[in-house]
Design a protein. Structure first.
Length: 354
């Protein structure tokens, strides 16, 4: 545009000069003295102004359905490890009685959590789970045999459903179902029964006294359903209060006390007997929680099982059977552990992938 405009001015000037040259000449007047030649003044031209709107409107492309779904999706990773007994340190983890668990080897539990926020307080969550064995598994039961063992997956709805006005008190709840994706759940139990599913309610309530101290507790109610029949065959009530002290913005000291009562299928609840709701687990944990990054948290801890069953002389059904077979007399017997037998080491690792 600029070059054609200059070319037009040049053509116009040439056309005017030619037209003036063809006009008839008049007689020149004689002047006594020469005068200063007249020079033409350049024509003043105004620059072409480009009109610009005050606000430029930028069109944002509309997100497709996948992008909208991805924006609402959170992905997290969690893993847990439990060592063997300090008093009998080997490749077998410690059970809730502070003894070797011969049905399992050293392993790392893993969970990948897909959490979709659909706009309500309760988000939809799907948690695939698996364990990685570190030790030789050829002598273990089929349910724990192999380098990678698929565990029961979990699906449900979760979220903070209750908070105080100042946000010091919060109650998080998950209503979920454990799916029988593991070989242990699909294997027939006594009487040829299979685990259909395991409904549960799992909650975490917290209260912040200030930026340093927090008092909280985990609560779980879990039911085992065999062959789609809801009964009192096996169920659990779990309660774990804990206290947290923040050293700084990234490091916290934590102390847990775990206890759960359970009625298991190998106890006196079978054959129409009255369910035996038994104290099955008491444990103390002392740990240090540290945020390496805003998305990665690592918490090593020391656990110590408080074995109330053995201090009271209670034993489970398998021990009762072996005791009767070896002695010929039914009943209970006291089993004493060494001081370090109930002690063990563990850690939790959390990573917010997205």
């Amino acid at each position: 545009m600029k070059s054609s405009f200059i070319l037009s001015l040049v053509l116009c000037a040439s056309f005017c000069s030619v037209a003036l040259a063809q006009q008839p000449k008049k007689a020149a007047k004689v002047k006594k003295s020469p005068t200063k030649p007249v020079t033409a003044k350049p024509l003043a031209t105004k620059p072409v102004e480009k009109k610009v709107s005050k606000t430029d409107v930028v069109e944002v492309p509309e997100k497709d359905h996948f992008q909208k779904f991805y924006d609402r999706l959170a992905i997290n990773y969690f893993s847990a490890f439990q060592s063997s007994s300090f008093g009998q340190f080997d490749t077998s983890p410690v059970d809730e009685g502070g003894r070797k668990d011969t049905s399992s080897g050293q392993y790392l539990f893993n969970q990948i959590s897909f959490n979709y926020n659909f706009g309500w307080k309760m988000n939809f969550v799907m948690n695939p789970r698996f364990s990685v064995n570190f030790s030789d598994t050829k002598n273990l039961p089929d349910s724990n045999n192999g380098a990678v063992v698929i565990e029961d997956a979990l699906m449900g709805f979760q979220g903070v459903i209750l908070s105080s006005d100042e946000k010091k008190f919060n109650f998080w709840l998950r209503a979920g179902l454990r799916l029988p994706t593991s070989r242990a759940s699909r294997a027939p139990k006594s009487g040829g029964q299979y685990i259909t599913t395991q409904p549960e309610f799992f909650g975490n309530t917290t209260y912040d006294f200030n930026k340093t101290w927090q008092l909280a507790a985990y609560i779980q109610l879990r039911q085992w359903i065999y062959d789609n029949k809801i009964s009192a065959y096996r169920y659990r009530a779990y309660f774990a209060p804990y206290i947290q002290y923040s050293l700084n913005d990234t490091t916290r000291l934590m102390a847990f006390y775990e206890v759960y009562l359970e009625n298991r299928q190998n106890l006196e609840s079978q054959n129409g007997k009255k369910p035996l709701f038994q104290d099955y687990w008491q444990n103390i944990m002392l740990g240090v929680s540290h945020d390496f990054t805003p998305t990665v948290n690592f918490m090593p801890f020391i656990g110590y099982f408080i074995d109330t069953r053995r201090s009271m002389g209670h034993i489970d059904g398998a021990e009762r059977y072996h005791h009767q077979a070896s002695t010929g007399t039914p009943g209970t017997r006291n089993i004493r552990n060494a001081p370090l037998d109930p002690a063990w080491l563990g850690f939790w690792l959390s990573w917010k992938i997205k």
